[in-house]
Design a protein around this ligand. Structure first.
Ligand code: BGC
Ligand code: CA
Length: 259
């Protein structure tokens, strides 16, 4: 009994002091107790830990998912993910199926954990490379896009230019699903998005896509073109939308598709 308590004590301490073990708990297993069958298995790495398996996949541009076989410590790198043609999930208690786009940013490159606060690109050599002029707070992969939440207030035009500098564009919310994802991350602050009615008062467009707004989430009585005129679109701290003066300075959100 005492032995058991001691064991629990030691493992708890080890868990909290060791960064390595805490990181492992951040891995998101897409389907536990299942393996994906696919013709697109690129490589099988043996005697490798689960975290290392995910790192290997993240370092390979073609790798989208892995099957990790816990008993054999086998790692299958796969150039497909579940849902693509020719894939299926099968029950296998020894297996975890893990998709890369579900994984937290810290795992996407070791430079993230050291000096690089910006985007970390895996080179073909497997080494991480830190790119400047990229998202200052780190890209967040949510759904099908990467988002950068920049918490320095600037005018709408400057925010638009800043996103382009990051090889991205100001946020365009295209659906209720995306609205909910953004709202959960952006609550508590107000942010510029990529909508404007500068060209034609009352007709908002997404400036990057050059399309009219399909989905909208206006606050009641907005857009009202208030004061001396309001032509730029912001998302408020509760997720509702408002038109505001483009010369006001707010935080902003950039987005780009996951390559
Ligand atoms: C109005 C908004 C307007 C904002 C400007 C609010 O009081 O309701 O329509 O955009 O002021 O800061
Ligand atoms: Ca307004």
């Amino acid at each position: 009994m005492f032995g058991l308590k001691l064991l629990i004590f030691i493992s708890t301490v080890h868990y909290t002091v060791s960064g390595e073990i805490q990181n492992v708990s951040n891995i998101k297993v897409t389907a536990s107790g299942k393996c994906m069958t696919s013709s697109k298995v690129m490589n099988v790495l043996t005697l490798i830990g689960q975290k290392q398996c995910i790192r290997k996949c993240l370092q390979n541009h073609q790798c989208k998912s892995v099957n990790y076989r816990k008993k054999q410590l086998h790692c299958e790198l796969i150039a497909a993910k579940y849902g693509e043609s020719g894939t299926s999930l099968v029950l296998d208690s020894e297996c975890d199926y893990i998709e890369m786009e579900d994984q937290p940013q810290e795992l996407t490159g070791s430079c993230k954990a050291t000096s690089c606060k910006e985007e970390c690109v895996p080179l073909s050599s497997g080494k991480p490379f830190c790119v400047n002029g990229k998202c200052p707070t780190g890209w967040q992969i949510i759904g099908e896009k990467k988002y950068c939440f920049v918490n320095s207030p600037i005018k709408w035009q400057a925010a638009k230019a800043s996103c382009i500098w990051m090889e991205a564009h100001l946020l365009e919310i295209e659906s209720e699903a995306e609205q909910i994802l953004i709202q959960n991350k952006a609550s508590g602050d107000r942010w510029w998005m990529g909508g404007t009615d500068e060209e034609s008062e009352g007709t908002f467009i997404w400036v990057h896509s050059n399309t009219t707004l399909n989905y909208t989430n206006w606050l009641e009585d907005e857009p009202n073109n208030g004061g001396t005129g309001e032509n730029c679109l912001e998302i408020l701290s509760d997720g509702l939308w408002n038109d505001n003066k483009c010369d006001s300075s707010f935080y902003y959100i950039c987005e780009k598709m996951i390559k």
